[in-house]
Ligand binder design. Structure first.
Ligand code: NI
Length: 181
């Protein structure tokens, strides 16, 4: 039975599992995977995240959630249904990258300007095992690349071009509020 009250701890950068290459999910229908997906949904909602990857809760599996919705942490995020992304691949990228602000539930209190491909062609399985081929752009392409990095043992801070592109979340908030005022 799926226990919907399971609270998971979000691991912080420095935990070895966050630096590992995760394993492909082989049995999407297993109780373990179903429970993990239920737990991740609850955990990311409580943390106001727009995405969360299995290694962030200590499961070294190629699975993440994309759950873009406007929140205090990401006021400009588009509102979309939660997507369960299993065994994802990027097949093609735009030549162009763009800088955008990111945070990460595993790097508390930091925001950083990170270069990501503007457009990506991806494939993945959903939680029913159905295969999807999609083209993602902008913020969604950014979330996908950020979360896929977690499956390859990379946190966003390692993608920094420049140390000065990382700032405290509090400063980012102040800057954001000023810009949007
Ligand atoms: Ni992250």
């Amino acid at each position: 039975m799926i226990d919907s009250r399971n609270n998971l701890t979000i691991l912080q950068r420095g935990e070895p599992v966050l630096a590992q290459v995760a394993d492909a999910v082989t049995y999407i229908d297993s109780e373990k995977v179903k429970q993990l997906i239920a737990d991740l949904k609850r955990t990311v909602a409580e943390a106001n995240g727009v995405g969360i990857a299995a290694p962030q809760v200590g499961e070294s599996l190629r699975l993440f959630l994309m759950c873009s919705a406007p929140s205090e942490r990401y006021p400009d995020a588009p509102l979309l249904p939660i997507s369960v992304i299993i065994n994802p691949k990027i097949h093609q990228t735009s030549a162009q990258q763009e800088l955008g602000w990111e945070g990460c539930l595993s790097v508390k209190g930091k925001r950083a300007l990170i270069p990501r491909y503007t457009n990506i062609k991806v494939s993945y399985l959903d939680d029913t095992g159905t295969k999807h081929n999609k083209t993602l752009t902008g913020f969604l392409a950014r979330i996908f690349q950020h979360e896929l990095d977690h499956l390859d043992g990379i946190t966003f801070i390692e993608r920094l071009d420049n140390e000065s592109d990382a700032i405290d979340e509090q400063h980012w908030r102040e800057r954001y509020m000023n810009e949007s005022a």
